[in-house]
Design a protein around this ligand. Structure first.
Ligand code: GDP
Ligand code: GDP
Length: 444
């Protein structure tokens, strides 16, 4: 299921990142203990009342120079408008409503996006501070008093935010065609690749005020199958901020497309090599469990000998060690070199992402793995592996039942994962292993 995005917007120092940390709680360490995945403060998975959402702190993006705070906040608000289901607009009771707050509020109102007005730093418990009434003047409805430091009021904020999310719609999304997202930094060649795949220039929809799409969807057919291409490059806006900032924003833009895709084509620039933002985007694709292909574009610009591609692969895998399964393809969207291989590999990665293994076969392999290499004894106690079952696909997810989950060492878990991969020849997709305690029974 695609998780809805809740975005946090507001002036510097109102407490956005404090609120972000509070709402994300311990879930900031997402999915699994994968070494090498770049963590940052821009997004985290949150959970409230058994429902998961993706929390994005648009303020987590730093600006190189601070010449216009207002411009910067507006840029953040724009990103939130484009990508989020609900926006948390954070203000500060101590400063009261400021001119910048009014500007942002006007922008948010115009967008028609649901907004929850958070008034932070209301630290005193009990009673609503009188000063809160001036926040009604923003025209965003009831202000919600919160203390991000103490955590008061955050539950009410999430309750309110959830009222605006259509959970059924979230479930139904992307059921029809296979969704292929083309993601990456600006200028790596995403549009060129999209055009090459579509076989024609796709129409660029003008950025009509009020359009809140994070990407453009184009249908296309490949190998007699229907796909939808999610093109994050599709909406081009004027460069109002420095290039580096645009790059950082491209990560957030990519998030929205990645979360609803089935396959991510991660495009990078061969000449520039992997940047920090590329690794962030790839890390997010991995954490979301999506099928992916790493497309190294502009290959025509590289002087090559027989070993060039191999050298490139090795070098990139140093930064992408957490997703060593990812298939890589060296292409030129400009000359068309190997563009015809893109969907072939994407389809393969997707098939692998949908791998199903019967419980019988899985258990045979797990027993074999345990026999070959017994779990180590830890403080006099030995991990016992009982049985396992596949819980789902996209990505293939396996639950392994054991006596004491805390005895499962990271390296043993990795061993089992690799054993499963090798035995069933699962390639080109992340897989997930969940360790559960088996309930006691008479046979223990
Ligand atoms: P950001 O720039 O909007 O992300 O703001 P930060 O989260 O970095 O917070 C700015 C300052 O406000 C820090 O010194 C925080 O400790 C403080 N702060 C944040 N939330 C609260 C709160 O609820 N109460 C109080 N008293 N201080 C807060
Ligand atoms: P996007 O911002 O990621 O959508 O990138 P574009 O598709 O707009 O491409 C950015 C620039 O790189 C344009 O000037 C393209 O002509 C150029 N470009 C794209 N793909 C290739 C390629 O394979 N080789 C070369 N030499 N240039 C390319």
């Amino acid at each position: 299921m695609a998780k809805p995005i809740i975005a946090i917007v507001g002036r510097p120092n109102v407490g956005k990142s404090t609120l972000f940390n509070k709402l994300a709680g311990e879930r900031i360490s997402i999915v699994e203990d994968t070494p090498g995945v770049t963590r940052d403060r821009i997004y985290a998975e949150g959970e409230w009342l058994d429902k998961k959402f993706l929390l994005v702190d648009t303020g987590g993006i730093e600006i190189a120079n601070d010449n216009s705070i207002l411009k910067h906040i507006k840029e953040q608000a724009q990103i939130a408008i484009e990508t989020a289901s609900v926006i948390l607009f954070v203000t500060d009771i101590r400063t009261g409503v400021t001119a910048n707050d009014y500007d942002v509020a006007t922008m948010l109102l115009k967008s028609g996006k649901p907004v929850v007005l958070v008034v932070n730093k209301c630290d005193t418990v009990g009673g609503v501070p009188d000063d809160i009434y001036e926040f009604y003047s923003l025209g965003l409805g009831d202000p919600f008093p919160v203390s991000s430091v103490h955590g008061h009021g955050t539950g009410d904020v999430l309750d309110e935010a959830f009222k605006h999310i259509n959970w059924d719609e979230q479930e139904e999304e992307n059921d029809e065609y296979i969704q292929v997202a083309v993601v990456g930094r600006p200028n790596v060649g995403k549009s060129s690749l999209v055009n090459a795949l579509l076989g024609h220039e796709r129409t660029i929809v003008s950025n009509v005020p009020g359009t809140t799409r994070d990407a453009i969807d184009s249908p296309f057919t490949w190998n007699d199958k229907e796909y939808t291409l999610i093109d994050t490059a599709g909406i081009r806006r004027k460069r109002s901020v420095e290039d580096e900032t645009v790059e950082r924003y491209s990560v957030i833009r990519s998030l929205a497309a990645i979360r609803r895709c089935d396959i991510a084509l991660i495009v990078v620039d061969a000449e520039r090599g992997l940047s920090e933002q590329d690794v962030r985007i790839a890390g997010y694709v991995h954490e979301e469990g999506k099928a992916s292909v790493l497309i190294v574009n502009k290959w025509d610009l590289i002087e090559k000998d027989t070993y060039t591609a191999e050298k490139f692969k090795k070098k990139m895998l140093v930064d992408l060690a957490f997703m060593s399964y990812v298939p890589m393809l060296f292409i030129s969207a400009k000359t068309g070199q190997r563009v015809n291989k893109v969907m072939e590999l994407a389809e393969f990665a997707y098939e692998q992402n949908c791998t199903r293994i019967s419980t019988g076969k899985l258990n045979d392999i797990i027993s074999e793995a345990v026999t070959m290499n017994e779990p180590p004894v830890n403080a006099g106690r030995r991990l016992r592996v009982y049985y396992s079952t596949q819980a789902g696909i996209k990505p293939p997810t396996f639950i392994i039942f054991v006596n004491e989950p805390e005895l499962m060492h990271f390296s043993y878990r990795r061993y089992l994962e690799n054993y499963i991969r090798k035995s069933f020849e699962i390639k080109a997709t992340p897989i997930r292993i969940i360790i559960r305690k088996r309930e006691r029974s008479d046979t223990d």
